[in-house]
Ligand binder design. Structure first.
Ligand SMILES: Cc1ncc(C[n+]2csc(CCOP(=O)(O)OP(=O)(O)O)c2C)c(N)n1
Length: 634
């Protein structure tokens, strides 16, 4: 029966890819035997894909999406046979790589390696949830399929190293060791001893023939009992069952061809004339899964009913956080670095919201992200990610997807470059994940151009489904958080290392509009539009210019993305005269709302922050001269 199930999956995948004339048959066919056995171990309820105590299943090699969908279809998720036939078509439930709108897909995968870190994140979230709610309530496993490509990516080292450190015995990674990737045999680029590598990372390592059902079964049994995270190295043949293409890299990413599929079906006792064939006994076997899932969930719900009142209240708060309880600090009139105001805000949120947690990539004291007296993961809320930015964000993406947590990830703004691929996935999935990036500009000073962000602000602003806040003082910082907590997508906080002057109250509009009028004069010739540290520079410069009879308004723009969505009337109201964008950053996107941009389009310089600002023209003197030169038509 296991073999028949596996072959059903094999040919469903081959047919899907053939019909779409696009896709990756190799990995799905190679993994069909293992997933056939896993179907007996996986605890889930296909009728309710969000049941909290379900096992999480992650396919790190998202190119094996045909396997994901055929397995989910057979298991009874809301994916029909027609959906399988629509594989990779526009607006289908079965897109090229798994996305979270498909029922049963836990997390979007495709960029190799990230799925492993997501699985580590799910396992960490489960540990935390189990400590909060009890082992009776949270005791599921996290299964992750990965391939050679995933293990070549650096993020797999980062994430597995943390998994070993935290002894995540709920994590089972199945490595599809078929020795093939796109360019051919992996030995041309990869020949390390995976077993020793994972042992060194404190994993239990099992090795099996991935087509031997007894060995697969025993491996899952052993892995479930393991006291450590477990890696199952499954030696497989890519495109197993595809006759002459079995074992060939040509099967990795192209349809097998109708003739070959027919011959392969015949060889394995399937009807070569039929496509998308699901034998009745295979259907019946999988239907039992749905019934079992329902039953398991019902039993679990009984346990939830028997929880103490405290635990019940905690579960409710984790599921539906109440932000009205947050006691936001009052920063009015206070000159502070925005990393400092942000640190105070974080602590207040963490005190009031049980699911709020996070950490930094070894920069918490500088990022001001320590949650004071709130302990360390797994018992507490501070997660020490070590210097693993990419894994940090992929792990926190999984925390966000787990269903109970609101995570933040922190580092210097410049090192956002090390985590961008996972931040992009957070945005793609529109998940609530907060990014705390301090040391936001050349204000970094002496550490020099390696540490001074220039183009990073533009790249985050350009990322769809996200809000980037570069706030000018503590009051803006609080307002930005109030928006972020309500927003179902990632929010990025770009914060200063250096102290900033407190701003006055808005004259027209507010942070929620993205940009607002901070200083308004009659008949202004210019509007100086700035964010972050440059807002108070513009205010001071405007005062200086008034002495010379050059009248300037000042607009603070803490969130570019919110501002460009405002209607024309709003923009017209706050942008008067010639609009000059002033930011100690790359100037690109400001040209969309400004006539001229006073930015930095080169890398920075090492020196005292004051000197570096002066050098790049960010002083009252230099900015005034620039505006005067515009008046003179220079
Ligand atoms: C970060 C990243 N780089 C490159 C790719 C393109 N890509 C997709 S699959 C693949 C080869 C993966 O090899 P392996 O994991 O062995 O998968 P298999 O050939 O067994 O299907 C590559 C390079 C990707 N999806 N993600």
């Amino acid at each position: 029966m296991l073999q028949k199930q596996a072959n059903t999956i094999r040919f469903l995948c081959a047919d899907m890819i053939q019909k779409a004339n696009s896709g990756h048959p190799g990995a799905p066919m190679g993994l069909a035997d293992i997933i056939s056995v896993l179907s007996m171990y996986l605890i889930h309820n296909p009728k309710n894909p969000t049941w909290l105590n379900r096992d999480r299943l992650v396919f790190s090699g998202g190119h094996a999406s045909a396997l994901v969908y055929s397995f989910l279809h057979l298991s009874g998720y809301d994916i029909s046979l027609d959906d399988l036939k629509n594989f990779r078509q526009l607006h289908s439930k079965t897109p090229g790589h798994p996305e979270i709108f498909t029922p049963g897909v836990e997390i979007a995968t495709g960029p190799l390696g990230q799925g492993i870190a997501n699985a580590v994140g799910f396992a960490m979230a489960a540990k935390k949830a189990s400590l909060l709610l009890g082992e009776d309530i949270i005791n599921h496993k996290v299964y992750c399929f990965c391939g050679d490509g995933d293990l070549q990516e650096g993020i797999s080292y980062e994430a597995c190293s943390l998994a070993g450190l935290h002894k995540l015995d709920n994590l089972i990674i199945i490595y599809d060791s078929n020795n093939i990737s796109i360019e051919g045999d992996v030995s041309i680029a990869f020949d390390e001893n995976i077993k020793e590598r994972f042992k060194a990372q404190n994993f239990e390592v099992l090795q099996i023939n991935g087509h031997d059902f007894e060995q697969i079964d025993l491996a899952f049994k052993t892995a479930k009992e393991s006291k450590k995270p477990c890696l199952i190295i499954a030696h497989t043949k890519i495109a197993k069952g595809a006759l002459e293409l079995e074992g060939s890299h040509h099967s990795h990413g192209a349809p097998l061809g109708e003739e070959l599929i027919k011959k392969a079906k015949e060889a394995l006792g399937f009807n070569p004339q039929k496509t998308f064939e699901i034998p009745d006994d295979v259907r019946v076997r999988f239907e039992a899964v749905v019934e079992l899932g329902d039953l398991l969930q019902a039993k679990w719900e009984q346990k939830v009913k028997n929880l103490s009142e405290d635990k019940k209240a905690l579960l409710k708060e984790l599921l539906e956080p109440d932000f009205s309880k947050i006691n936001f600090p009052d920063f009015k009139g206070k000159d502070l670095a925005t990393r400092d105001s942000n640190g105070m805000i974080l602590n207040e949120i963490a005190k009031a919201v049980p699911g709020f947690l996070g950490g930094s990539a070894d920069l918490a004291p500088s990022n001001k992200t320590e949650l004071k007296d709130m302990g360390d993961f797994p018992y507490g809320k501070n997660i020490h990610f070590g210097i693993r930015e990419h894994a940090m964000v992929a792990i926190n993406n999984a925390f966000a997807r787990y269903g109970l947590f609101l995570p933040f990830s922190a580092t210097f703004f410049i090192f956002s470059e090390y985590l961008k691929p996972a931040a992009r996935m957070a945005a793609l999935m529109k998940i609530k994940h907060f990014f705390i990036f301090t040391h936001d500009s050349i204000g970094v000073g002496e550490d020099g151009p390696t540490h001074q962000p220039i183009e990073q602000l533009s790249t985050f602003r350009a990322m769809p489904n996200s809000l980037t806040f570069r706030v000018g003082d503590g009051v803006e910082n609080v307002k930005a958080w109030q928006i972020a907590l309500k927003t179902n997508m990632p929010s990025i906080f770009v914060l200063s290392r250096q102290k900033l002057n407190a701003l006055s109250d808005p004259i027209f509009g507010d942070v929620e509009n993205g940009a607002y009028l901070l200083k308004e004069e009659a008949n202004a010739k210019f509007t100086l539009l700035a964010s972050g540290s440059e807002v108070s520079l513009c205010l001071k410069t405007a005062i200086k210019l008034k002495e010379k009879n050059i009248i300037c308004n000042v607009v603070s723009m803490p969130c570019y993305e919110l501002f460009i969505k405002q209607d024309e009337a709003y923009k017209k109201r706050i942008l008067q005269g010639k609009v000059i964008g002033v930011e100690a950053a790359n100037s690109n996107e400001l040209y969309r709302v400004c006539d001229k941009v006073y930015g930095i389009d080169s890398f920075g310089e090492s020196g005292k922050d004051k000197d570096v600002f002066e050098f790049f023209g960010f002083s009252e003197e230099r900015l005034s001269s620039y505006i005067i030169s515009l008046c003179n038509g220079d």
